[in-house]
Design a protein around this ligand. Structure first.
Ligand code: ADP
Ligand code: MG
Length: 243
């Protein structure tokens, strides 16, 4: 085994409260460039909140977030985009009245200046949006909106990409294709955090997973090992996932 690469993102004892409720209750993890880390856990366990806090949508109430060793907790989203962090949304939020092409152009103009941008045409082709390039984003189906959201994030040239249930709503062939795209992004050096309920997809693309429950990590390691942990099994089978 090669030595562990230095993490680009380090999260230590992260806390996020909503009123008296702890959505994140001392979460710690790290991810390195080129690595795909899975963040899994039952509904309400804090996965989206973790992405929201790391991407600057919410300020943390405790703990530390560092990007290449520099503290970034509480830094606003638009500043973090310029420093190389971007994310997708569980429910995408494109500019609905702009065309697909215009949505991508806005993100390209907004991205990290230090990195040469891809062209709109490349992004449209690479993510299968060329056929709808000149349609308003409001015309897209939910899978296309997810792809546009991914392209919007990629257009800003992130070093750390946070994906919140990107794969939900795709058919198996599309899932294979998206998995390969995500792996190619990691192979190019991007650090990627993937939140996903589809365990086959997680198994296929991640190097390592963190299992969350009630805002806390209950497991860190390979998914294959996670599914043998009694505590993990209980969390997934005991509650709302029993059905
Ligand atoms: P997950 O993505 O793992 O399903 P979330 O991070 O969305 O979970 O939510 C974790 C918990 O925090 C849930 O109980 C949710 O209701 C609560 N929560 C998330 N965002 C907010 C918010 N903006 N205001 C109040 N409670 C919130
Ligand atoms: Mg969520």
């Amino acid at each position: 085994m090669s030595p562990e690469p230095k993490p680009i993102l380090n999260v230590a004892k992260l806390v996020k409260r909503f009123g008296g409720f702890y959505a994140l209750d001392g979460l710690s993890f790290h991810v390195a460039s080129g690595e795909i880390l899975g963040l899994v856990g039952p509904n309400g366990s804090g996965k989206t909140t973790a992405i929201n806090v790391i991407s600057g949508l919410y300020a943390p109430d405790g703990g530390e977030i560092t990007l290449d060793g520099a503290a970034i907790g509480g830094v606003a989203s638009h500043r973090l985009v310029h420093r190389g962090i971007n994310r997708t949304f569980q429910i995408p939020k494109p500019f609905l009245s702009l065309t697909v092409r215009e949505n991508i152009a806005v993100a390209l103009a907004y991205g990290r200046a230090a990195v040469a941008p891809p062209t709109v045409a490349e992004l449209l082709d690479d993510y299968r949006l060329a056929g709808v390039a000149d349609r308003p984003a409001s015309d897209l189906n939910s899978a296309q909106q997810k792809m546009l959201d991914l392209v919007r994030a990629l257009a800003t040239r992130p070093r750390l990409l946070l994906l919140d249930e990107l794969a939900a709503g795709f058919n198996p062939a599309e899932l294979d294709w998206i998995a390969e795209r995500i792996k190619a992004l990691a192979a190019s050096g991007m650090a990627i955090v993937v939140v996903e309920h589809l365990m086959g997809f997680i198994e296929h693309i991640t190097d390592r997973v963190i299992v969350l429950n009630a805002g806390k990590e209950i497991f860190e390691g390979k998914l294959a090992a996670a599914v043998r942990e009694p505590q993990v099994i209980e969390v997934f089978l005991g509650g709302e996932h029993a059905a």
